[in-house]
Design a protein around this ligand. Structure first.
Ligand SMILES: *Cc1c(COP(=O)(O)O)cnc(C)c1O
Length: 409
């Protein structure tokens, strides 16, 4: 972790970095005032040499911990072989990665992209085309059902079905063809499906909404209803998938397989952006050369890292640690006697602590925790979100619990 000369900005203080970002970067985020300069496992170090525990893990993109040695090693090796070919040619990483990912998902095939939002766009395009070419929906009439308080990314089409006014304000006109129903309400879904409905897009646990877990049995009911009505069930597992909830997929908790998985974030091991949809050969057969694509989609560097990510997931090591440490974390949080806490929600190592309005904003608590050496992020004013790297140990959980107890009890 020694800085090499060309990368070294060690002569700048954290405050100077923040000032320069304020001046030269658009203000589309409001980060905590910490400047990370290096990281290892669950720990990060700021520009001034202070250490913090990372309880956000880049919104679950760093599920296996910062600078995971095996992931760094394959990335470094691939860097020196070939990094980009575009899909105009084949490369020797895309095939093996796709085979392994399809197997992990229990699916026939995948379509690789880069960011999560692109993965979602790809799933929406797949569903519409499937609707027209296979289901027989009249041209231009396809309807896709989504949930209130969803988060699926930031592109113009994806924000078209956001219910968060800030995500949409000033960005219209929007893409038509979406209907919004309440999350976790199977009757609402039954009522919304009509002859032109091609898909239901849902997060198995709503992340950005504040780690909202649907009622038990919901995903199974969704599965059955979608099958019965010939509607594609699309599970956005970009944040919930790849170990976070204690299983490879959040859908595994109800032993459910959607028609389309959307993956991203942790698939790139926190090193490269890579996303993908995974589905059946029949559904993916709607694509023909030239229909859809991406210059960087399926690039050999990202694929090499993703191959190793999949290999790591096949051991169940991180999923089982998420189950074990997650159960311990939840049990201890539930013991916390605090009149500030309204509800504790989540699964595995994915926790939302919702505060009463009178207790102040979650942001205030995150700032306080940062002062104590622990980084987490508020979501929606009242929810403190905890999502540490899945390699976190019992001792480190205890360390975090001490600090949470200090600020909440
Ligand atoms: C993060 C996220 C996305 C968008 O991913 P980006 O890589 O930021 O485009 C989509 N869906 C869910 C559930 C997410 O958590």
């Amino acid at each position: 972790m020694t800085a090499q000369a060309p990368l070294d900005t060690g002569q700048w203080t954290g405050a100077e970095h923040i000032e320069i970002v304020e001046r030269f970067v658009a203000h589309n985020y409001h980060p905590l005032p910490i400047v990370v300069a290096r990281a290892d496992g669950v720990w990060v170090e700021d520009a001034d040499g202070k250490r913090y525990m990372d309880m956000l893990a880049a919104y679950s993109a760093v599920n296996f911990g910062h600078c995971h040695p095996e992931l760094i090693a394959v990335a470094r090796e691939q860097l020196e072989r070939v990094t980009l070919t575009s899909r105009a040619f084949h490369n020797d990483q895309l095939g093996p990665m796709s085979q392994a990912l399809a197997k992990l998902c229990g699916m026939d095939a995948i379509l690789p992209m880069n960011t999560g939002a692109e993965g979602v766009e790809t799933a929406l395009k797949t569903a519409r085309k499937w609707g027209y070419k296979i289901k027989g929906v009249p041209d231009g009439r396809a309807k896709i059902i989504c949930c209130e308080n969803n988060f699926h990314g930031r592109t113009t089409t994806v924000i078209s079905f956001s219910t968060d006014p800030q995500c949409r304000d000033g960005f219209g006109p929007f893409t038509p063809g979406f209907e919004i129903i309440p999350f976790g309400d199977i009757d609402a879904l039954r009522g919304a499906i009509d002859a032109n409905t091609v898909a239901f897009l849902v997060e198995p646990i709503q992340g950005e909404a504040g780690i909202v877990v649907p009622p038990d049995g919901y995903l199974k009911q969704v599965r059955d209803l979608c099958r019965e009505r010939n509607v594609l069930f699309i599970a956005d597992e970009i944040q919930s998938g790849l170990g976070r909830t204690g299983h490879t997929f959040c859908c595994d908790h109800e032993s459910v397989k959607p028609d389309i998985f959307i993956l991203g974030k942790a698939l790139g091991g926190g090193i490269m952006p890579i996303s993908a949809i995974a589905s059946s050969r029949e559904i993916l057969s709607v694509f023909h050369p030239g229909d859809h694509g991406s210059t960087f989609g399926g690039n050999p560097l990202a694929c090499a890292v993703a191959r190793k990510v999949i290999e790591i997931l096949e051991t169940d090591r991180y999923q089982s640690n998420a189950r074990e440490q997650g159960d311990y974390l939840f049990a201890n949080l539930r013991e916390l006697k605090s009149d500030k806490i309204r509800e504790i929600r989540g699964r595995g190592l994915w926790v939302g602590i919702e505060l009463h309005a009178a207790a102040g904003t979650a942001r205030q608590y995150c700032e306080q925790l940062m002062g104590m050496g622990m980084l987490c992020k508020d979501t929606h004013e009242q929810v403190i979100r905890l999502a540490p790297p899945l390699c976190i140990s019992r001792t480190e959980i205890d360390w975090a619990l001490e600090r949470l107890t200090d600020v909440l009890a």
